[in-house]
Design a protein around this ligand. Sequence first.
Ligand code: ADE
Length: 343
Amino acid sequence: MENSIISFSSEKTDMVSSKNHPIDHETEIISLRPEKFDNYIGQKDTVKTLKIAIQAAKIRGESLDHILLHGPPGLGKTTISHIIAREMGGMLIVTSGPAIEKPGDLIGMLTNLNKGSILFIDEIHRLPKTVEEFLYPAMEDFAIDFVFDKGLHARTHRYRLKQFSLIGATTRVGLLSSPLRDRFGIFRNLDFYNIDELVNIIKRSAILLNVKMDNNGLIELAKRSRGTPRIANRILKRVRDYAMVHSHGEITKQTVNQALALEGIDTRGLTVLDRNYLNTIIKFYNGGPVGIEAIAATLQEETDTLVDVIEPYLLKIGLVMRTSSGRKASYNAYQHLGINHQN
Ligand code: ADE
């Protein structure tokens, strides 16, 4: 199981156990992540709600309500959880739905939580059903119910837990069962970032990475970040490498254009997979409507990757439409790919 425990109770950030970090938890990405809400750019309403909830919980001396954060990958679900744990001054335990295979895995974690600890479960929609059922009393009553024997002889034993807060993150809120969804007190959707917000995020990262960028370079990079800070920071590093080798380290619009051409990232930030997805609908399926399974089969990609990673941004910028009979490419998708639109 891949869990990591990070303690925010002292000045030092303490990673007790963390085998095989997922990309999210790479050391360098963590260093670009804001550690306080004061440094967090974007998601204004969510940040406002969370700051109020944190302040109120602290005044009452209680744990924070359980929080569900949902939205496409890379928009800050993990970052926000780290900030919450730090601001609450509690221990943060990071795990994910698929990593918790059986109830024993979850019980082990729950019984080790202290008062005020935060348990962060990424991809919570992938939690096995048998595990999920142990979460209900844990979330509602801070207790776990152990059942001994069956039928007439069945007895339950209630084990009390410390008051903790669960933060669940998911890219697919629709897949969460309603009993689980209903047990979260705070429910927030993270949306794509606008260009101004991305410009400010990139500006901040460039300062932390000690890279020089001019204004046009900044704007160009922001436009190609797919509305996503994680992508902005990733491509900033690629452009930084390119600029170091080709233009004395300074990032301009020209270096952004040249470096991202090498990465296969186009003027709207679309990747090779984004364009293959659109091309499949247009060229194989006559522009759609076509079912997602058929697109996935043609592309030889996982349906989940298309639904979680590729589609949200293409839907957001209006290049694809979801209809009751399947996905359709929009007129703008044809234009973007330079394909003639019949009719
Ligand atoms: N780095 C990644 N996401 C960020 C955000 N929302 N604000 C500031 N820096 C970030």
